[in-house]
Design a protein around this ligand. Sequence first.
Ligand code: ADP
Ligand code: UDP
Length: 234
Amino acid sequence: MIRGEKLYEGKAKIVYTTDDPDKLWVHFKDEATAFDGKKKGVIENKGYLNAQVSSKLFGVLSRNGVPTHFVRLETPRDMIVRKLEIIPVEVVVRNVVAGSMSKRLGIEEGRKLTQPVLEFYYKSDALGDPWVNESHVLALGWAQAAEVEAIRSMALTVNRVLSKHLGNVGILLVDFKLEFGRTSDGTILLGDEISPDTCRLWDVRSGEKLDKDRFRRDMGGVEDAYEEVLRRLS
Ligand code: ADP
Ligand code: UDP
């Protein structure tokens, strides 16, 4: 496949056209940011590790009936995906209190939730991804009611499938962020990436963090943690 012009450079990936109008080429970068881009750094090998972990998890999901944009890995850190019109909403699913939920509600990190929590955030770097609810998504025309229902159901299925899959390799899926989009015929697919950048992953036995919180909180061992996730999934 031929890589075409650069369409968009984000904080973690670069998106290019290809010779197929329905497909995009996504390059995973080593650059890392946190706190709405205020903290910047490089995690050695991150692009490779996130492309590998994402492709494995997209594979698990499609084998379990969740339609995703993933087509194939073109190089170890370049992914071919179905082109989507991304819905500007970050969908967060939580099983355990952590991060912004802990801060916002004053509840200690690590408390298990009695059922999954689903949250929507408006995807806007300029505004710092503000929290919104389903009525905002509908009233602002970001998605139709049937699409929101499909997204909710897919997000909860992703949670069930990945919690089990990661649990089998000793990883607790604490929370994660998903993005969805529409193909040219309006089908909703899961897009973007699923990696230690976009999930909180804790070792079941030790509670050790195997995700981007090691970077956010200057804990060290970031690359080793991402490598450990890939090793367990391989
Ligand atoms: P950000 O935009 O938050 O800095 P990235 O650096 O990860 O994030 O950039 C990747 C961009 O590609 C994101 O804006 C994401 O919404 C978008 N994207 C992900 N998958 C697809 C897809 N299949 N089709 C079109 N755009 C996509
Ligand atoms: N997340 C993400 N991108 C974002 C915001 C959050 O991938 O722009 C992920 C984050 O890695 C975590 C989950 O979504 O797995 C919930 O994040 P939270 O709301 O707790 O925010 P944070 O503490 O990361 O700022």
